[in-house]
Design a protein around this ligand. Structure first.
Ligand SMILES: Cc1cc2nc3c(=O)[nH]c(=O)nc-3n(C[C@H](O)[C@H](O)[C@H](O)COP(=O)(O)O)c2cc1C
Length: 161
């Protein structure tokens, strides 16, 4: 069984996760934080937390939902050249031993600069936890604080598959 685990603040990564789930007929698992991130203060705080590899509190226990999955996709926006606090929490709490993991990142930069560094960081965490990382993909979304556009994500996704 395959599972698509994603965090998305403005919808770009959510669109990508939905497209992957539709394509594979996989289960969608959304990561939601207990605390909202609002305005410019929220933006600065988010960047600070991301760059320092912090975790955030999530609603429920989404890591329980991948128990039956042998392959998962982790989809996250890039924040301050890093993964997101929500995805960091998931990677920390989930039992990933023996699972095959794919990484998908979405960022504002259309040149996708820095995506590889995020993939390498996530790979090192995942390998530590006994997972085998298969594929890494990077897409461009919208600039920070703008809502995701389905067409933009879909066009890139179709080129990749
Ligand atoms: C706190 C914060 C930091 C960000 N840092 C970067 C960055 O370092 N590089 C980049 O290309 N985009 C950066 N972005 C932009 C997001 O990666 C981009 O808007 C992405 O499409 C958001 O995905 P979402 O709509 O699923 O939340 C940042 C956005 C936020 C909110």
């Amino acid at each position: 069984m395959q599972g698509i685990v994603y965090y998305s603040k403005n919808g770009n990564t959510e669109i990508l996760a939905e497209l992957i789930a539709e394509k594979l007929g996989a289960k969608l698992i959304k990561l939601e934080e207990t605390k909202k991130r609002r305005g410019i203060i929220g933006f600065i705080k988010s960047g600070y937390q991301a760059v320092n590899k912090k975790c955030s509190e999530l609603i429920g226990t989404p890591w329980e939902e991948i128990k039956e999955c042998d392959e998962i996709y982790l989809c996250t926006p890039v924040w301050a050249g890093s993964s997101t606090p929500a995805m960091n929490t998931f990677m920390e709490k989930a039992d990933l031993k023996g699972k095959t993991v794919n990484i998908a990142t979405v960022m504002a930069d259309t040149k996708l600069e820095g995506a590889q560094r995020v993939h390498e960081y996530m790979k090192s965490v995942l390998n530590e936890k006994g997972a085998a990382v298969k594929n890494c993909i990077a897409l461009s979304g919208t600039s920070p604080l703008k809502q995701g556009e389905r067409q933009h994500i879909q066009a890139q996704f179709e080129k990749l598959v």
